[in-house]
Ligand binder design. Structure first.
Ligand code: C2O
Length: 571
């Protein structure tokens, strides 16, 4: 098919946000990075030249990478990082995928600023399964720190404590005009059915509009518009609303869904959601606003609101004296009811042929934990501990001396083991409080779970409350999976199997495992390679909330991993 070749330089670029300038790592000097727009069936050849002082890799989030795991990108998993001054070319073909995906750095916290949209249009002469929109906009939600995000995570790692929360959210790189540099902007968009006490929050005085810090989306009255939302934030789930406009959700994670209407959407980091809106309101300016959904009970979070403007351009709006844009209503920060109802609304457009029977029944606990502190360590966690995270009590450790995929392919011993447990070592009340830490000190290790080519996997993801229960957006590389059900409490097969949607479950690459709850996913292991499964809150992957599947080759050439590219970086 047609090819799309690009040359990208990853480099440090000075950027001014929130009244301060500092250098951030960018791609081609752009922040957010370049949008990549291609068609289903295209082959992409993207050269990454690393002009930064850091190791860099790029991940094409949601691209299946069938037989091309070498191009997937997570550092020390499918490749060694591209070192400062180095270069690597990612080559892959888009096979039967269309919709909104994105790309981001997959090294340390570089993805805070190194990200962009990856939009896959239908093949030529093919159309969307809905009336063609008049125009389309990618809308990237991001998270901004007033300092180098790499320093933020290094500080957290060295002390074992939680990283400082972000200073603002951004929409296409801009925080918007509700942000007040001197007070760090509190919020005044509040839903009435609020579950939190807002009396402690003060109302923000509006500062003058700095047009350079807000993104404006020009539209015409009477149009249908496709908005492609991407949550590229590091650690925060986000609600998004558009003043006065109802959204029709048509796709998520580059899979179409049965369309449904909503006034608010919620995206976890990693997720994408495509919506249609109609510009049928009186010509004016309307805010698009995003702010945190914070499921965790007592953890601090960034409570600023990011804004952009949907600007109806009819030539009839007054100039600089025009009234402020209309404001949307956003749910309360902890409005889990809205989140639950929203995720329950997702269905595949038509009944699906669900893979069965299940060959592998897996049960993974996902959550945060605590390490006892060793002598000489700085212990920023509660009661002389360091914060950690794990799946089935294994806290994932990257190998550093090789990538897992290279070690697998060359049969290098000692890099990983394949004894990742199919279920947690002990059963307990996962979502209860006061679980003894002695019962649950995670083991730091590099363990993979081996899957036969073509096996059908059903995986229960069970959130834990050992330390700070919260919603964990779990992302699987190399695959899409059906979400069969989600629920609260401890998963109980006798009771909860009845809730499975075996008719038209949605297909996604990232599932929000509800706080103190569970989610069940199913997929066919038909893509050979080493594939990371991890929480897409970056601080949790840093702490070890990850594991990897090793999917063996099938029989015959078409079921085998392709040979590694000649320019694959070495560690
Ligand atoms: Cu978008 Cu491994 O991540």
């Amino acid at each position: 098919g047609p090819r799309c070749a690009a040359y990208n330089e990853v480099q440090a670029t000075p950027v001014k946000r929130l009244c301060k300038s500092h250098s951030i790592i960018t791609v081609n000097g752009q922040f957010p990075g370049p949008n990549i727009e291609v068609r289903n069936g295209d082959t992409l050849i993207i050269t990454v030249s690393n002009r930064t002082p850091y190791n860099v890799t790029i991940h094409w989030h949601g691209i299946r990478q069938i037989r091309t795991a070498w191009a997937d990108g997570p550092e020390f998993v499918t490749q060694c990082p591209v070192k400062p001054g180095g270069i690597y070319t990612y080559r892959f073909t888009i096979k039967d995928q269309e919709g909104t995906l994105w790309w981001h750095a997959h090294s340390s916290w570089l993805r805070a600023t190194v990200y962009g949209a990856l939009i896959i249009h239908p093949k030529e002469k093919k159309s969307y399964p809905f009336l063609p929109p008049k125009r389309e906009y990618p809308i990237l939600l991001g998270e901004w720190w007033d300092q180098n995000p790499i320093d933020v995570i290094h500080e957290a790692i060295s002390t074992g404590s939680a990283p400082s929360i972000s200073d603002a959210f951004t929409i296409n790189g801009q925080p918007g005009d509700l942000y007040n540099c001197s007070t760090k902007g509190l919020i005044f968009i509040i839903k009435t059915s609020s579950f939190v006490d807002f009396s402690s929050l003060t109302t923000l005085k509006k500062m003058s509009i700095s047009i350079s810090e807000i993104t404006i989306f020009p539209v015409n009255p009477g149009e249908t518009i496709l908005l492609r939302f991407i949550n590229a934030a590091l650690n925060t789930e986000l609600f998004v609303s558009i003043a006065g406009h109802t959204m029709m959700v048509v796709a998520a994670d580059a899979s179409y869904v049965k369309p449904f209407l909503t006034t608010v959407i919620m995206l976890a980091p990693g997720q994408t959601t495509d919506v249609l809106i109609t510009t049928s309101l009186p010509p004016s300016r309307y805010y698009i606003a995003a702010r945190a959904y914070s499921s965790a009970e007592s953890l601090p979070f960034d409570n600023t609101t990011a804004t952009a403007i949907l600007d109806y351009d009819c030539g009839c709006l007054p100039g600089p004296t025009q009234p402020p844009p209309a404001q949307p209503i956003l749910p309360a920060f902890n409005d889990t009811l809205t989140v639950t109802a929203f995720s329950a609304a997702f269905k595949s457009p038509t009944p699906v042929k669900l893979p069965s029977p299940v060959d592998e029944h897996l049960f993974f606990t996902v959550g945060l934990g605590l390490f006892d502190c060793l002598p000489g360590q700085i212990c920023g966690g509660p009661n002389h501990t360091r914060l950690t995270a794990s799946i089935n009590n294994v806290s994932f450790v990257l190998p550093y001396s090789s990538s897992l995929l290279q070690a697998h392919q060359l049969a290098v011993p000692g890099i990983f083991t394949t004894d990742f447990p199919a279920k947690p070592p002990v059963e307990f009340d996962y979502t209860g409080k006061n679980v003894g830490r002695e019962l649950w000190q995670p083991e730091p290790a590099t363990k993979l779970y081996k899957l036969k080519f073509g096996s059908v996997v059903q995986l229960v993801l069970q959130g834990t409350s050992i330390f700070a229960a919260e919603n964990h957006p779990i992302h699987l590389h190399g695959y899409n999976f059906y979400i069969l059900a989600e629920g609260f409490g401890n998963f109980d097969p006798a009771r909860d199997t009845e809730k499975f949607n075996l008719i038209d479950p949605p297909l996604r690459n990232t599932v929000g495992v509800p706080m103190k709850g569970w989610a069940v996913i199913r997929f066919v292991a038909d893509n050979p390679g080493v594939w990371l499964l991890h929480c897409h809150l970056d601080v949790h992957i840093t702490w070890g909330l990850a594991m990897a599947f090793l999917v063996e080759d099938g029989v015959g050439e078409l079921e085998a991993l392709e040979p590694p590219p000649l320019d694959l970086p070495l560690c």
